[in-house]
Design a protein around this ligand. Structure first.
Ligand code: UDP
Length: 327
């Protein structure tokens, strides 16, 4: 069976990708420093605890497992923190990825699937975003991911590194079989925070800004189920392993929901009120980020199956009801 090196495989998205990879017949080898991930989430293959800054350990992992491809999820990904400390994001994301890419190329592992983000597009004021939309990131998180996209293109031209770049919109939900889910320390994402407020684990959900140029004044985002996203990665891997070359895909549902619409959906799925307080804007947030692309469907045959708001909230809610959640 082919090994796939999964950086960040102990994290939220990476762990779900490992489950889907294993179901597709691959052995996911997780490389994670556990700064935001969980050893308990590594369930489907070997685990190496390591940092992307540690080139010697990366070289050992490539030599030991001879992976057919890399799936690179490991990154810092919080817009708020990136605004406070941009250097942290450039160092961890850009230098970390450079080490990883150089180690992959040096070992002859020439297939690379990269987690990028719709934050690379920036704020486009009502434009529905497709892969050809100009990238003008408005925070260091988006800028660091765009820099890594450029890096992949350079290594492709000079060394033949084949890559698939996925630009995610807002990932939500949990494994419907209940083996995995979302848990960050501290939690900053809208849906888990809403569920915490409903459950009384926090006093209220703060709405970050209601004066945006959107229909109800709150930010609009495109939410995609984590399992649908993981399935796209396996399709992207298949594309690379068939030698089809470099590609870039947006991964979103194509539907935008405001913060207030997500609040209403959470209240309706759980049949409980969501305690809310109104707050100011969070620095670095774009007003609206919605995918207008059908490329992943047309080229990879990717069809999101669980990416409706009620389904994502139901799966996240079931996960948040499990013993040990939030501990
Ligand atoms: N948001 C909010 N209150 C919160 C957390 C998030 O109003 O406590 C908003 C945030 O401004 C954004 C949307 O919810 O418009 C999604 O934010 P999240 O942090 O989940 O993901 P991001 O869009 O930053 O990747």
């Amino acid at each position: 069976m082919d090994h796939i090196l999964v950086t960040g495989g102990a994290g939220y998205i990476g762990s779900h990708a490992c489950k889907v990879l294993a179901a597709a017949g691959f052995v996911p080898v997780v490389y994670d420093n556990l700064s935001t991930g969980w050893a308990e989430a590594v369930k489907y293959g070997p685990f190496v605890q390591g940092d992307l800054a540690d080139r010697a350990t990366l070289d050992e992992v490539f030599a030991r497992y001879r992976p057919k491809a890399v799936m690179h999820f490991a990154a810092l990904s919080l817009v708020g923190v990136a605004m406070q400390d941009p250097g942290l994001y450039w160092r961890a994301n850009v230098l970390g990825s450079l080490n990883l890419i150089e180690a992959a190329v040096a070992s002859g592992c020439m297939n690379f699937v990269f987690s990028s983000t719709c934050a690379t597009y920036g704020d486009h004021d009502g434009v529905v975003l497709d892969e050809d939309t100009p990238q003008h990131p408005i925070n260091a998180y988006g800028a660091s991911k765009r820099a890594i996209e450029d890096m992949l293109r350079n290594f492709s031209e000079s060394h033949g590194l084949a890559h698939v770049i996925f630009r995610y919109f807002n990932v939500a939900g949990a494994d419907p079989e209940g083996e995995l889910g979302e848990q960050h320390r501290p939690e900053t994402h809208l849906i888990p925070l809403m569920l915490d407020a409903i459950e009384g684990r926090r006093a209220a959900l703060t709405v970050f800004g209601s004066d945006y140029p959107t229909p109800d004044g709150t930010c609009v985002r495109d939410y995609v189920h984590v399992i649908d996203l993981a399935e796209a990665h396996v399709a992207g891997l298949g594309w690379l392993l068939q030698g089809k070359g470099n590609a870039v895909f947006n991964l979103g549902s194509g539907h935008g929901f405001s913060v207030r619409e997500v609040l209403q959906a959470a209240a309706s799925v759980t049949n409980r009120p969501v305690p809310v307080v109104e707050g100011g804007r969070r620095a670095g947030d774009a007003a609206a980020l919605v995918s207008g692309s059908t490329r992943a469907a047309a080229v990879l045959g990717w069809q999101p199956k669980r990416s409706t708001l009620p389904q994502m909230i139901r799966d996240a809610w079931a996960w948040s009801q499990k013993p040990g959640y939030g501990k």
